[in-house]
Design a protein around this ligand. Structure first.
Ligand code: SAH
Ligand code: SF4
Ligand code: F3S
Length: 443
């Protein structure tokens, strides 16, 4: 039987789609193999920044020697990167023989089967209609971590922020039906998943396109009450749509709905927010944060920030620095603006020189790292229920887990504790993670 290797890059939506493809291929009799033994390598790639695409371009180059010797493996470029530059990859490298967009994952299993029997052919399944869908119906029960599962609840995005490629590669916004989502969450829970994360580019816009409409807060409540999930999380939220009813449901359903929110702000300057087409002001963002923090005292709040968007002056940048000092996020995903072809910001003439962007990135990273370090140090001595969900990346006999607020905690413990929730006392708080000791098991 044929063997495949799959690598997912980018956000959790690509990981989830990768798990779906894996599940469907295994069901057709394929087996998973290390890359150097595979007949097909699937690269489910990301296009959010130039760096994300470069990673896959350089991966592709590595297949040349084995292709020259053995004529295999062939490569399938799928996901957002397939949609954006897959055709260019296929014309440059003979071993790229399958290209598809993220709304065509249903074409992957059969397409790869057919290609195995047709040497020399290439298949292209791009998402020409950004509203159409060719999905895989199987629940992705093959997943990297047995204790955690991700469930996509919305596809695509219609916001067209000035800098962002997502609406062009993921297509139009569409919500999955509440029934399908609940069924999938239940299937994961029955399969042993303890923590479920609901996924979408704007989860809190969920249901606006359904008729009758079905707000995100209602979906959250249903998931909390009707699925048996121990822990629920969701990413990513758009500040424009983070309405008070969501905060209310989070509060009502503690501890099942974890007090953790990723609320990407992108800039601290109202002028830049308007230019980015974000549709909220700093003061509206502040009101949402105040509401969340007053309702959920142990909230973990993270954000995303872009520096060096075209037109960003020193004054605008100073507002972003002030904003980091004001909100004191637990973590911020920072990025230097990367022009994406076809987006509004990439066409602007007031691009910021790379050296200025790098310097601004350095400044915000230094500041945010210090803030995170202070917040984490202040947690020393506190006790949290921690779901032990993995081996720690470094060190024998160490496990890692997450607090309800989504902070990583490293503890000493044997692998028999994986999947259990422990009461953990924090003994040290560093910039990037916490260290703790297990007091007792909670389940
Ligand atoms: N839907 C989410 C984020 C999606 S993309 C939102 O609305 O905020 C994930 C993150 O990548 C963004 O939050 C942004 O910070 C970053 N990003 C997106 N496009 C980018 C670009 N062209 N250059 C640099 N960072 C970018
Ligand atoms: Fe991109 Fe904006 Fe959509 Fe987020 S909301 S995915 S940043 S276009
Ligand atoms: Fe990347 Fe697509 Fe996600 S561009 S960040 S994999 S939606």
């Amino acid at each position: 039987m044929y063997r495949f290797a799959l690598k997912a890059y980018g956000c959790q939506m690509n990981v989830y789609d990768g798990d779906k493809m894996k599940t469907a291929l295994l069901a057709r009799g394929w087996t998973e193999a290390p890359e150097d033994e595979a007949d097909v390598v699937i690269l489910n790639g990301c296009s959010i920044r130039d760096k994300s695409e470069q990673k896959v371009w350089s991966e592709l180059g590595r297949f040349a020697p084995r292709w020259g010797r053995e004529g295999r493996p062939f490569v399938a470029v799928t996901g957002c990167i397939g949609q954006n530059v897959g055709a260019a990859m296929a014309s440059r490298f003979p071993w790229v023989r399958f290209v598809s967009g993220p709304r065509h994952i249903g074409a992957v299993p059969e397409g790869l089967d057919l290609l195995m029997g047709c040497p020399g052919e290439k298949f292209f399944h791009l998402d020409d209609d950004p509203s159409a869908f060719f999905d895989i119906s199987e629940v992705p029960l093959t997943r990297a971590n047995p204790w955690k599962a991700f469930v996509t609840i919305t596809h695509g995005c219609d916001n067209f922020c000035s800098y962002c490629i997502v609406p062009y590669v993921r297509g139009r916004f569409v919500s999955r039906s509440p029934g399908a989502i609940l069924e999938e969450v239940r299937a994961f829970v029955q399969d042993g998943a303890r923590e479920i994360t609901l996924l979408g580019q704007n989860v809190n816009s969920y249901g606006k396109d359904l008729s009758p409409s079905f707000p995100f807060s209602a979906l959250l409540r249903e998931c909390a009450v009707k699925t048996g999930a121990d822990r629920l999380r969701f990413v990513t939220s758009h500040p424009q749509d983070f309405t008070p009813d969501i905060v209310e449901v989070m509060k009502e359903h503690q501890p099942v709905i974890c007090p953790s929110v990723n609320l990407p702000i992108q800039s601290g300057s109202d002028r830049m927010l308007a230019l980015m087409n974000r549709k909220y002001t700093l003061s509206q963002y502040r009101s949402t944060v105040e509401l969340l923090r007053s309702a959920l005292p142990d909230l973990g709040l993270t954000s995303d920030l872009i520096v060096g968007h075209p037109g960003e002056t020193e004054e605008d940048f100073a507002r972003s620095v002030d904003m980091l000092r004001e909100f004191r996020f637990d973590l911020v995903h920072t990025a230097a603006y990367s022009p994406r072809k076809g987006t509004a910001a990439a066409e602007r003439e007031d691009q910021i020189p790379p050296a200025v962007k790098m310097e601004r990135l350095r400044i915000v990273n230094t500041l945010q790292s210090a803030i995170a370090g202070e917040i984490n140090a202040s947690l020393e001595g506190r006790t949290f229920p921690v779901l032990l969900d993995d081996r720690a990346p470094r060190g024998e006999g160490l496990l890692q887990g997450r607090t309800p607020s989504d902070k990583v905690v490293i503890v000493e413990g044997g692998e028999d504790l994986l999947g259990r929730t422990a009461s953990v006392e924090i003994t040290r708080g560093d910039n990037w993670c916490l260290t703790g000791k297990i007091l007792f098991l909670l389940d």
